[in-house]
Ligand binder design. Sequence first.
Ligand SMILES: [Zn+2]
Ligand SMILES: [Zn+2]
Length: 198
Amino acid sequence: MNHPLQCRCGTIKGYVVRPGMANRAICYCRDCQAFARFLERADTVLDENGGTAIVATLSKQVHFNQGLEALASMSLSDHGMYRWYASCCNTPIGNTPRDFKTPYVGLIGSCLTSSSPSLQESFGPVRMVLNTKYARGHVESTSLGNLMTMLGLMRSVIGARLNGTYKRNPFFDTETGSPIKRPHVLTKAERERVTNAA
Ligand SMILES: [Zn+2]
Ligand SMILES: [Zn+2]
């Protein structure tokens, strides 16, 4: 069963194709924390240790049915990932590499909240815990599990590149390689405001 995707106010709606490659992760990195602060959603996006729930999947598995006009993107720096969000209600949607030929998206748990099916039912348990050194408090990292999961993910991304399915990507115009929404790259002052706010 496909897993529903939607922003908090319901303007943007879509789904993640199931079954397919998808792994749940929690990322504690400073950039993910800064993104939640940029959206002024740190209270709902971040867990008690500052972690962001992520479902890592292939771009071709993500489809939007409505509300694309509200989709927006930003980047914390001029070489950072594109971070996509719903501008209608500041719900984070996901992170993508700048090059669409690496057809990966880390969807943010906030746009995948659903009681049926639950994240657990659709995507299984959390298999990767990333950048735990930036966690607030002690978080156990499971390095062997991380490594195996990461390898499976890389194999899927490379496979999609080889078989041409990377061209199905809802975040990019794959003719030109441009993101469908021009990302707002934070200025130094804007970046400092979202990274230093504790
Ligand atoms: Zn919305
Ligand atoms: Zn992160």
